[in-house]
Design a protein around this ligand. Structure first.
Ligand code: G3H
Length: 482
């Protein structure tokens, strides 16, 4: 699609199902369908995006800042009228609770508005001249070209837009592929895209990555690959590009964020933060706490109380009141989580909570596993779902080394009370990850703060402020005093 209008497809459609049943006897629900695209259709969309960029001379990349802002304002106003439809689809497509679906929508609107304000500020700053040795420099930021964006299923609206919006406002033209789960919720917004932007500025491809995104990358005509998801997909797409040194990457990838619980931690607070940190949206967040390290002095008490709290969480459909755990949108996820549990049990771990591992057709109840060792899959893999590994530690230095050896480096949650003991730990931890959360769960927001990671967790920084820079390049006009 180019700005919401179908320009190329195969004439076929693909059905979209929800793992939520609408009948008492379990049966996935057919929600709708999307155009089936193949390589030829994807290449047509690419042509449109490249033409709109016009080698930097198209109407969008050369548009005046105030006009581009007006397009964005128009879009966000039209988008805001679609809240109810999008929220409904978020619940059905990805199983996100009503409250969290509403938050995702509102957060996205706020993100766009903040981006518009920051973009105006950036423009005001670029009006200032720098001067050195008789040379005046009028520094500004310009677009990079054609951007391919791929968002994840856990935030199919918010994180897709966290890539798309900054890329677009900086004057790039964009092709985006909606997440596999959360693909239909883009449909209510197509009209807003069509009515707000010049043709070819925003384009959509549907289908399997290897059939539609891979050939677009292989064309060598993409300037920025922006992806939030797994590194396997990011590497596979990157590898398709014939001129890797020309390709800019903006990537939000996996993480295995640890909680560290010190002996003097306030356990009431720690347990509640670990509960939301590990299990909000069933643990399907890159920022989720994915392993809990607890000091031996409090391990028994923490584990017992934490396991009890997990069992108190209510499972149900997203629109039900008080529901904290909801159906998993990936039909094969319960099986994967079960495999992790089986592997850990074979290697000596036990399930600490009574309901842990209980399955229904579209869900597996979170299992708290202890003791977890480095040989277990649950120690190494980013589970991205409802299973919680707990590991005891005695020596904090050994634990810091273990965290330093991880392939990931996004965030950590540190729980303790004695600031004299915490301060040097924080100083070390900020060199191992990018955000240390003190006595609180890991999270991405507020979105004005930098969102990034070390090692395999990220490339580039996403936040309102940083994303504008990630999707642009500094250019300047120089003049001499005569
Ligand atoms: O999946 C990764 C998301 O960036 C998590 O965002 O911390 O706001 O839930 P969140």
């Amino acid at each position: 699609l180019a700005n919401g209008e179908l320009i190329a497809w195969t004439g076929k459609t693909d059905n979209v199902y929800s793992t939520i049943s609408s009948t008492p006897e379990y049966k996935p629900t057919l929600l709708g369908s999307i155009p089936h695209m193949d390589e030829a259709a994807a290449m047509n969309v690419l042509d449109v995006a490249c033409k709109a960029y016009g080698k930097g001379q198209g109407s969008w990349p050369t548009m005046k800042v105030s006009d581009r802002v007006a397009c964005m304002d128009k879009f966000v106003a039209k988008m805001s009228t679609k809240r109810e439809e999008v929220v409904e689809l978020l619940m059905w497509e990805i199983g996100k609770s009503l409250g969290d679906s509403q938050k995702e929508f509102d957060r996205t609107v706020e993100y766009i508005n903040d981006t518009i304000e920051d973009y105006k500020q950036l423009d005001r700053n670029s009006a200032k001249f720098s001067k050195r040795d008789g040379v005046n420099a009028h520094i500004r930021r310009g677009p990079l070209g054609v951007v391919l964006c791929l968002g994840p299923y856990n935030y199919p609206l918010n994180e897709t837009f966290a890539l798309l919006i900054p890329a677009l406002i900086m004057g790039n033209t964009v092709i985006f592929k909606p997440a596999k789960h959360g693909v239909l919720l883009i449909s209510p917004l197509l009209e807003a895209f069509r009515d707000s932007f010049p043709k070819g500025a925003v384009n959509i491809i549907y289908g399997r990555g290897r059939e539609v995104a891979a050939p677009i990358m292989a064309s060598g005509r993409i300037d920025v690959l922006a992806l939030i998801g797994n590194s396997k997909s990011a590497i596979a797409l990157q590898d398709q590009h014939p001129h890797k040194n020309r390709l800019r990457l903006v990537l939000g990838l996996e993480a295995k964020n640890p909680a560290i619980i010190l002996p003097d931690a306030d356990l009431d607070l720690t347990i509640e933060e670990c509960l939301s940190g590990t299990l909000s949206f069933n643990g399907q967040r890159c920022t989720a706490l994915k392993i809990v390290y607890v000091h031996e002095a409090v391990r028994e008490e923490f584990s017992k109380r934490f396991a009890k709290r997990v069992d108190e969480l209510k499972f149900g459909n997203p629109w039900e009141t008080g529901v904290k755990l909801t159906p998993l949108p990936e039909a094969d996820k319960p099986q994967y989580i079960q495999e992790l549990i089986d592997d850990a049990q074979e290697k000596g771990a036990k399930i600490l909570n009574e309901k842990g591992g209980n399955t229904t057709d579209n869900f597996i109840f979170p299992a708290v596993m202890f003791p977890v060792t480095q040989e277990m899959r649950i120690y190494k893999e980013e589970q991205f779902g409802p299973v919680i590994p707990v590991k005891e530690f005695t020596d904090i230095q050994e634990l810091l080394n273990e965290i330093a050896d991880s392939n990931y480096g996004q965030q950590v949650s540190l729980f303790g009370s004695d600031i004299k003991e915490l301060a040097p730990l924080i100083d070390t931890l900020v060199n191992l990850v990018c955000r240390v959360n003190l006595n609180s769960a890991c999270q991405r927001g507020p979105d004005v703060f930098p969102f990034t990671g070390r090692k395999d967790s990220a490339v580039g920084t996403l936040s309102v402020h940083d994303a504008l820079r990630s999707f642009s390049i500094r250019t300047f006009v120089a003049s001499k005093d005569n």
